[in-house]
Design a binder for this molecule. Sequence first.
Ligand code: DX5
Ligand code: ZN
Length: 207
Amino acid sequence: MKISVSILNEINNYKESIKKVNESKSDYIHLDIMDSSFTEKSSFIIDDFKNIEFDKKVDVHLMSNNLDKLIDEYSLFNPEIISFHYEVGNTRKYIEKIKEKGIKVGLAINPDTDLNEVKDYLNDIDILLIMSVIPGKGGQSYISSVTNKIKEAKKLQKEYRFLIEVDGGINDKTIKEISDFADIFVSGSYITNSSNYNEKIDNLKKC
Ligand code: DX5
Ligand code: ZN
């Protein structure tokens, strides 16, 4: 079980939060990039990360329609994963674009997007990022109807090699129902609302 801490809720003091993630036992740091083209709000821009040191593998989650620009920008600091949304369209094009940069490709699907819609891509992606909240902000509640989709995706792992990442509303309670069916768990407010990130990460890993 890998943990990826989202700092979206810490946008007002994100430098401090990145430092805490660096010092924590988290496996990844999850950067939620929104430019209000795909979600209502905006979050970070690439300049926010100038001269920032990441000591964890960087897990970039692009919630934007401007993928050509953002994939070019965020590949510059060599993240482990760049995920983008199937709902933007042109999925094949963006899978290739990220692959060409030698970065792991994540395909994100919204809570109301059916697994069948992305079946054609499962052979070509490294991560299936299953949203368990509606993209746009931290601190939302886990959408429990997504649990079935996660279990379905787990079954498909027998045929394909993608990892399953779940994103949204993950805490020490909601993780219990899905801990056997996913590989990477994104957790934001459950961890960043606490002053002791490791205590919260331990709670998640115990489940
Ligand atoms: C929502 C983001 C998620 C969110 C997770 O659009 O993609 O990564 O920040 O934060 P919590 O765990 O608070 O739902
Ligand atoms: Zn995210």
